[in-house]
Design a protein around this ligand. Sequence first.
Ligand code: UDX
Length: 447
Amino acid sequence: MALKITVIGTGYLGATHAAAMAELGFEVLGLDVVPEKIEMLAAGKVPMYEPGLEELLAKHVAGIEGSSGRLRFTTSWEEIGEFGDVHFVCVNTPQKHGEYACDMSYVDRAFASLAPQLKRPALVVGKSTVPVGSAARLAGLLAELAPVGADAELAWNPEFLREGFAVQDTLHPDRIVVGVQSERSEKLLREVYATPVGEGSPFVVMDFPTSELVKTSANSFLATKISFINAMAEVCEAADGDVVKLAEAIGYDERIGSKFLRAGIGFGGGCLPKDIRAFMARAGELGADQALTFLREVDSINMRRRGHMVELARDAVGGDSFLGKRVAVLGATFKPDSDDVRDSPALNVAGQIHLQGGQVTVYDPKGMENARRLFPTLAYAESALDAVRGADVVLHLTEWREFRELDVAALGEVATSRIVLDGRNALDSVKWREAGWTYRAMGRPKA
Ligand code: UDX
């Protein structure tokens, strides 16, 4: 009989994983402790913006006309325990308030709620990003709390999906990494992932600590690559070089690769910043902090770029202060094709300018609601044109396609000064300049 799958936690990761598992042909039951989220999902609605996810849900959520009916949602742990052969834990592991370390309380609570409900042999699979050593600890907890004892096994299966590409990354992963302690766990996970493995996704089997480290080291590498190119941008600025050309040229070397070499205001979001910090904190606990001191530098280069954008904006409005100056901010999310504003470089820059007395107006295609909630004191406009109206400077801080397609002549008509600062090196400088704008980007010559 086909495996029955549960997914615990329905954020970006869990909601996508649940829909993807239904797409792969499994019966799926998703759980969240927030009833409003469950109500939305059960109606086929996604609580966040993720391209393609709503369509996938509509295809499978039970009760929606024409759906496969394979995907249902609940808030009941008891139902989850009765239903599942394989339980994926997909809850959040945010940064602890005021600390670098990772907050494991959601994971711990999920295990404490799930384990007592496991009344038949089951595999629990952790997908959350956790400090190395957590899986071994959670396996102990499971054995202690599950009525079936050793018949409840744990495996670790980190997730590498990118927001904006979550559906594609889940259905066609670059690789499937599993940390297991038994052949039985490996066999079950091979069954779950038979389709993507059959289509060519490598299936890499390892122990618990290595599987936990794969995730944090992958994100550290990506963060390092971005900070590397941003460090080169700093040098280019000092030497009058062009970081975009530099990135193109070094990227042709296959050992370096062209991806993740976009210089600008740096990385943000719910993963890279907190993951490198949690990794440093954990290495410290293990006595290996020296191995990761470079990540401090990666973090500080990243934060410096936000500050540098603020300086460029201040220069653009006259140099001394933002008082009485209007600043249009295009972009609020941490990246395009997402409504996620967690640790968003764009909002951080907007917030700094606001604190320094600037009158900031923000526009974002999808992130307005979340941005308003996080930064209620900023002003928000309903369109790019409205944000730019009366602006002394325009900051392009998240590289949405909409901003590349703007009618820049029309923007020029309503702006007070035609100065645009491209914090993502993504706009067509020729187009802006031809329409009479002064265009400046990070790590590039002024002219
Ligand atoms: C990241 C990892 O890519 C993914 O594998 C992991 O599972 C979760 O964390 P995500 O947070 O969705 O995914 O975003 P990503 O596309 O990696 O971008 C992160 C940040 O880096 C964004 O703020 C983006 O704007 C920035 N970035 C990315 C750059 O500044 N330059 C680049 O060249 C690439």
